[in-house]
Design a protein around this ligand. Structure first.
Ligand SMILES: [Fe+2]
Length: 214
C-alpha cells in the first residue's frame, strides 16, 4: 500500500458551546481574600446575600482577562452568597423587561457549593415576572416557580460563562456557595452610556471557545 498523499488525517476538535452555560478554565481564582473576609459575616445568618464589588475593588486579573484578553469590558461586578440547603428565587439579573429578554453574559467563579446546580427555565407564554429592588439597589425580575419549566441545568465546579438574561436559579446543598460574578459588555461603562450592551452570541463563541473545559 502506498502512503496517503494528503498526509496523516487531521484531528479537528469541534467545541460547541451551550447557550445557557459553559465551564471554562481561566487559570486563576479571583477574590480569595474577599471570600475569606466575608465568610464570618455571611455564615451568621442562613439567608441568601448579594454584594456589589465596586470598580476600585475589582480583581486586576479578571479585568485584564475580560478587557485585554477577551476584548470586552466589565459592566458590573458582584458577589452572591447562598447558604447550605437553600434555593434562590427564579430570577433574571436586571430589569430587562419582557420576552424576548436581553442577553446578559457573565463569568462566574464559584467557591464552595459542592454539587450545587444552576437551572434555567422557560415560562408560560405571556407570563410577566415581578420587578424587585434588590438589597444592593439593583433590580431583578422574580418568577413564580409554578409558571416555569426547567430546560437546562449544570453543576459549575470552578468557573463558567453563563447567560443570566433568561430565568434561572441556583439550588445549593451541603456547604455555603459563593459566586464572584462579572457582567460582560461590548462597550465601556460611562455615566453617559450606563446601560449594558451585551456581546453577540457569535462574539461570545469566538472569544470563549478556547477556554472551555472539556
Ligand atoms: Fe442570577
Amino acid at each position: 500500500m502506498g502512503s496517503n498523499p494528503a498526509g496523516p488525517a487531521k484531528v479537528i476538535i469541534n467545541i460547541s458551546m451551550n447557550i445557557f452555560g459553559n465551564e471554562i478554565d481561566t487559570g486563576f481564582k479571583p477574590h480569595l481574600q474577599l471570600i475569606e473576609d466575608m465568610t464570618p459575616v455571611c455564615n451568621t445568618t442562613p439567608t441568601t446575600k448579594h454584594f456589589i464589588i465596586k470598580p476600585a475593588d475589582r480583581d486586576k486579573q479578571v479585568v485584564d482577562f475580560i478587557e485585554k484578553t477577551l476584548g470586552f469590558y466589565v459592566f458590573h461586578s458582584e458577589l452572591f452568597y447562598t447558604p447550605t440547603n437553600a434555593t434562590r428565587t427564579i430570577h433574571i439579573d436586571g430589569d430587562v423587561g419582557t420576552e424576548p429578554y436581553d442577553k446578559i453574559y457573565k463569568i462566574n467563579w464559584i467557591y464552595g457549593g459542592a454539587d450545587s446546580e444552576m437551572i434555567w427555565y422557560e415560562t408560560d407564554k405571556g407570563y410577566k415576572p415581578t420587578k424587585n429592588l434588590t438589597s444592593v439597589g439593583t433590580y431583578a425580575l422574580a418568577f413564580d416557580p409554578s409558571r416555569c419549566k426547567s430546560i437546562y441545568s449544570m453543576k459549575i465546579k470552578n468557573c463558567a460563562i453563563i447567560e443570566a438574561g433568561r430565568p434561572h436559579t441556583v439550588i445549593n446543598y451541603n456547604e455555603p456557595r459563593w459566586a464572584i460574578s462579572y457582567v460582560i459588555s461590548s462597550r465601556p461603562w460611562t455615566p453617559e452610556q450606563d446601560t449594558l450592551l451585551s456581546p453577540s452570541w457569535d462574539e461570545i463563541i469566538k472569544s470563549f471557545s478556547k477556554y472551555i473545559s472539556l
